[in-house]
Design a protein around this ligand. Sequence first.
Ligand SMILES: [Zn+2]
Length: 544
Amino acid sequence: MESYKPVWLKGAIILAINLANAGYKPVTIGLGERDFYVDIQSDTSLTLDEAKKFAKYSEVQFKVENNYINYNGIKIKIENSEINIPSSNPKYFEILNISTHHPEPTVQYVRIRGVAFETEEQLKDYLNWLEKAEETDHRLIGERLDLFSFHEEAGSGLVLFHPKGQIIRNELINYMREINEGMGYQEVYTSHVYKSDLWKISGHYTLYRDKLVLFNMEGDEYGVKPMNCPAHILIYKSKPRTYRDLPIRFSEFGHVYRWEKKGELYGLLRVRGFVQDDGHIFLREDQLKDEVKMLIKKTLEVWEKFGFKGEDVKVYLSTRPDESIGTDEQWEKATNALMTAMQELGLSFGIKEKEGAFYGPKIDFEIRDSLGRWWQMSTIQVDFNLPERFKLEYIDKDGSKKRPVMVHRAIYGSLDRFIAILLEHFNGRLPTWLSPIQVRILPISDEVNEYAEKILNELKKSKIRAEIDYAGETLSKRIKSAYDQGVPYIIIVGKREANEGTVTIRGRGNIEIKNIKFEDFLNRLKNEILNRDVEQTAIKTLKK
Ligand SMILES: [Zn+2]
């Protein structure tokens, strides 16, 4: 790809000059990872078709001065001045994307991204390569499916989820809420910002300083939460607790902010603000083993729901590191409880010697995705530190005051990161229950629109996310478009279907079934979604 960059830069110059000749105001050109870009200063955006008119070869005369192109007195900044501008001339262009951003509060730049090559064959090869890359890079999948975006003027690593992305988040949250409820969690909500006093008690003020966002207001210093634990602890402390109350389990889809270094940010895999499916358990020492056992069982159940099981899931126990707090007795009891829980479940697990946190032993879960990569996901961590720092107590049977044990746990981990992993694992083709659009109806001609709308209403009544793609384009183009956008089911209706009250169903992998009673498909689809099946069971059971 690097070898194409000089010719892309030349392509960007030609495009910028073509735009200038048409009265636009190009200000910057540069190279991205996979393309070039031209920024024009403009209060209105361009459509892809408008931009394409200027993406063609023309003989241009310009001078290069310092980091600027000078064309008839118009100066355009080159952001990649280290690349030499070649004498070769790109003749084949493609515009890939248009977006806008604000370099200053009152100025808008329209960014046109594209590529340019000397031969048509190079362009074709490249576009084919790009299509494949788009299938496995969650940033490109996210753009193609219109799920989320990042904006320069909003700040790096701070994501904006679009309506379709939010559907995926809500589905994941709904499922986890059911899982948590099944284990006896009570959901809480806590604020995003707290006085530094709290972070000093918890220790984050010093231990987590480099990632903590601090600011001053009215003479007090505040910090944006990097973790939810201290807030959950304050809820625990809001009233006296007795041995009968334990275990107390709080869960929260908690929004946390950690100021990662800019160079380490990477799409949704590494962001500065994200949501955890967080949870904290306060319990007695003698309850630890059973609690952890339940948690492990549920965690494995969750991973199986997404198709991760058997060889594709690994569990590790991390033991006491050299630098640690807590007594020998505490460590031994807790480590034994975690180990016995796994043994009683017949689970095989690895041991990571001395890799526990300084405040307690932990269990980690790793999953392997379709590309063979391992990801560390769920975690169960025993903590001797925070109960001590916050002086947590419960009243025991004999009336004496005791410290509860605290456990931190997350199953998805970060919701945002998990979405990135899912998008790459499934190449953007998510299981039906997670898909923003679950069914797209394609009427063959306008004559059957009424029938298509009747089917749409039926689907909507069953709370299935469906839409109609009316007959503007050819059927094959509309099928391809649904496929590209990851829609799991296509319903095709023509005159015959309308007369007979049937439908033709297309699933993934070119499976097509004709003349199915719509009701029959609908019931199977409802089941597939209700069960949160990872496979397309509705069409698979119809085929049998
Ligand atoms: Zn925690």
